[in-house]
Design a protein. Structure first.
Length: 358
C-alpha cells in the first residue's frame, strides 16, 4: 500500500468518532457544462467532471464515501467491492458475491450486503479493514447474518448510527408473515448481534406513509439515528411514497422513530413526499454539511436533490441534462461538494459539482 494512504488512514482513525473531518480540496481535472435548451451556468448548475471513473466495472449498484475519506464501489456483476481514492485511483478490492449495499462504521470496517455464492441467500458481511491497515485485498471477511431459511431475502441498504450500532434494510417478495416478514429494518449492535426490528414502520401494502413493502435503498443521516428508506412497486408503476424520512427521538415517554411533521403528508405538502414521485428509487447520499439529500431513480434516469427542509432543488439532473451520458443512475455518494453517481448501464462513475463550488 502506498505510504500516503497508510498515513491518511492513521490520521482518520484518530478522528473518526468526531462529528466530521476537514477535507482537502480535490483535483477535479477538466470538466464540461451539462447543456440543454434551458440550461445556463449559475450557482444552481451542475458541471460534469471528467474523466469518468472506469475500472472495469460491470453493473455497479452502490457507492460509499467512507469515514476514511476513500470511495468504495459495489461492483455487483463483478462480485467485488473496489476501494478507490477520491481522485479515482485504484487501491484494491475484496470479493463478495453480488454486493448491493455498503456502509462503514466508526471503527472504519466495512459493512456489505451481498449474496452467499454457495446457497444464493442474502447475506450481511463485515470486512475487517482496520486489522490489516486498510489493505482490503487481505482483509478478513466474516458473515454477520445469512438468510439461509429465506434465500430470496436481500440486504439493500445499511446505515451506521453514532457509536457504531447500525440498521440494515432487508427485503424480499414474501411479506405474508406478521412475525418475520421479508421486509424489515433490522437493528444490530456494535458486536454484530441482531437486536430487534424497527417496529415504527409497518410491513405491508397499506397506503400510509409508515408502510413499507419492497425496499430498494436505505441510509442514516450523518452522526444521527435519523434515516431515509426507499421503496418501489414490483410491477414497475410509480409508488405512493418512494422515500420515507424517519426521525429518532428519546424521552421518558417514547423512544423510537416517527415521521416528522415536515415529511408527514397529513401535515405538510413537502416536495419530498409528493405522491407517485418515484418509480424505482435506489441510491441515497446526504451532504453532511448542508444536509441536502440526493435520491437516484434508475427507472427515470434521474437524480433528485432536496434541501434540508424537503424542498426539491432545480439543480436535480437526469439523462436530458447530461446529453444521454447518464442512463441508469444507481449508487450515490457525496464528498467535498462533489456528487458521485454510479451508472449500471454505462459501467462507470460520474462526478458532478455546482458551478459555484469550483
Amino acid at each position: 500500500m502506498k505510504p500516503f494512504i497508510i498515513i491518511l488512514i492513521c490520521f482518520v482513525a484518530l478522528t473518526a468518532f468526531l462529528s466530521g473531518c476537514t477535507s482537502n480540496p480535490v483535483d477535479i481535472g477538466p470538466y464540461k457544462k451539462l447543456q440543454d435548451s434551458t440550461y445556463a451556468v449559475s450557482d444552481t448548475s451542475y458541471l460534469e467532471i471528467t474523466p469518468h471513473f472506469q475500472l472495469g466495472f460491470s453493473g455497479p449498484t452502490a457507492l460509499l464515501s467512507g469515514k476514511d475519506q476513500l470511495l468504495y464501489v459495489a461492483d455487483t456483476k463483478n462480485n467485488r467491492v473496489v476501494m478507490m481514492d477520491i481522485a479515482g485511483g485504484y487501491l484494491g478490492e475484496c470479493h463478495i458475491y453480488q454486493p448491493t449495499a455498503l456502509a462503514q462504521d466508526y471503527k472504519l470496517d466495512l459493512l456489505v450486503g451481498g449474496v452467499d455464492s454457495a446457497t444464493g441467500a442474502g447475506t450481511l458481511y463485515r470486512v475487517h479493514l482496520v486489522n490489516v491497515l486498510h489493505q482490503i485485498d487481505s482483509a478478513q471477511i466474516t458473515i454477520i447474518r445469512k438468510e439461509s431459511s429465506h434465500p430470496q431475502r436481500r440486504f439493500v441498504g445499511i446505515g451506521v448510527m453514532p457509536g457504531s450500532a447500525y440498521l440494515a434494510a432487508r427485503t424480499g417478495t414474501d411479506n405474508s408473515s406478521s412475525i418475520d416478514p421479508d421486509t424489515r429494518i433490522m437493528w444490530f449492535d456494535t458486536s454484530d448481534h441482531y437486536l430487534t426490528p424497527v417496529t415504527d414502520l409497518t410491513t405491508g401494502s397499506g397506503s400510509g406513509i409508515n408502510y413499507i413493502n419492497y425496499l430498494s435503498g436505505f441510509t442514516t443521516y450523518p452522526n444521527s439515528r435519523d434515516f431515509i428508506v426507499l421503496q418501489y412497486n414490483l410491477n414497475g408503476t410509480a409508488i405512493d411514497y418512494g422515500a420515507i424520512y424517519m426521525k429518532y427521538s428519546s424521552s421518558a415517554d417514547f423512544q423510537g422513530w416517527t415521521v416528522p411533521a415536515t415529511y408527514d403528508p397529513a401535515l405538510s405538502n413537502s416536495d419530498f413526499i409528493h405522491l407517485k414521485q418515484y418509480v424505482h428509487p435506489i441510491g441515497l447520499a446526504i451532504d453532511s454539511k448542508r444536509l441536502d439529500v440526493f435520491i437516484s431513480d434508475v427507472a427515470q434516469d434521474s437524480v433528485f436533490k432536496f434541501n434540508s427542509k424537503g424542498t426539491h432543488k432545480k439543480e436535480s439532473l437526469g439523462r436530458f441534462a447530461t446529453k444521454n451520458q447518464m442512463v441508469s443512475p444507481t449508487g450515490l455518494a457525496f464528498y467535498d461538494k462533489t456528487l458521485y453517481v454510479a451508472d449500471s448501464t454505462k459501467n462507470c462513475i460520474f462526478r458532478f459539482k455546482l458551478s459555484s463550488d469550483f
